[in-house]
Design a protein around this ligand. Sequence first.
Ligand SMILES: Cc1ncc(COP(=O)(O)O)c(C=O)c1O
Length: 443
Amino acid sequence: MSNSHLNQLLEIAKLESINYLEGCDKLPVFPSDDALKLLQQFNEKLPTAPNNPLETLKKLADIGSQTTVKHGGSRYFGFVNGGILPIGIAARWLADTWDQNSALGVMSPISAKLEEVCEQWLIQLLHLPPTSKMGLVGGTSVATLCGLAAARNYQYKKLNWDVNERGLMGAPSLRIIMGDQTHGTVAKMVKLLGFGSQSIELVATDDQGRIMVDCLPDMDESCILILQAGNVCSGSFDDFSALCTIADQSGAWTHIDGAFGLWAEASAQLKHLTVGMELADSWSVDGHKTLNTPYDCGVILCKHPDAITEALHQQGSYIEYSKTRDNMVYTPDMSRRARGIDLWACMHHLGEQGIATLMNKLHDGAKYLAKHLSSIGYVVLNDIHFNQVIVHAGSEELTRQVLKRLQSSGIIWCGSATWKGQFIIRLSVCSWQTNENDLAKAV
Ligand SMILES: Cc1ncc(COP(=O)(O)O)c(C=O)c1O
């Protein structure tokens, strides 16, 4: 491709991106049925001959920009999806242009360096033990897998069982202990690690979804305790001080799933939620949720460097380890994009104060929604711990009708769940862009 064609191609991508971002809030938050029909145009055979890349890009931009869900906009309250900071977009563009494989230091010194820096910054920001190691994966699901893999190896070692060598056949049982409102990805990862669901012991939770400390079973060195910083519906946090202390004294490993909530530790206004979290052994969190980095930014942090590397380390005669950092020893994958570049850029841009301000803003947004929704007759079912609001409209039928109209309105989008047996509407305030006008419109 000539330089002028390259220039044209990237220029179009840039213009399309800017137009999209500038017009995002004027487009429906969820594409209309008519717009979705455009997706049919992708139903074509794999081209036999090459296409001009400009044509390919044009087709993508024309159809794609009309059929996206506006996660990056200011009135998307669905799931816990997070917005995207402009610096994150720009840094990711650059990182993709650089085409770095961040597996090894020798493959990408900049990626190794920036992950090392992010690791230190996260330890500082989240007040974690200084020995902690960080791995960057696709999301919290996989980060939790890494934490639990480290836990498995570590606990088995204490039971004189080398799981790397002997596997799980004939191994002593491990007990996995978690609240009955734990996120579904955790049980999935437990099973992926070879523990059947029979090894899971569910602990009763209170009306906010927090583990009831008194209901915790006796634990010992055969146990892994999984806690939550941010319940996916209510946004509640477990009592880390009490639970981690009990776990620590009994020899259990504690993992905290803090997909979107762990960042509360960065805010003076919210850190009461995370008191004691530093007593855990591992933590999973997403950059791409409340921190608003681009997607594909799951973070595993583990206090025991040997436990995580023994679980995830690999061999190969062609592998050249570097004297500095090799990112892949902390993750299951080898080749991957340089996630640390956009994470670094977002943290560098926001700084400690910016991160705290962002978390406070999300919290304030949720408080606004709860207050105003309740004043017009909705029943708010949760305390506003962080950024989540769960409501119903009286009867289940009315709640479903309201949700249906909201979802097809194009003005906002939010989802649903069943909370303690009741059908509810869930709202998650997750984007740096959501301001009071957006919240007022939502109400
Ligand atoms: C508490 C919790 N854990 C885990 C996950 C899964 O995270 P991811 O989608 O990044 O894998 C979520 C997603 O919302 C979550 O809220």
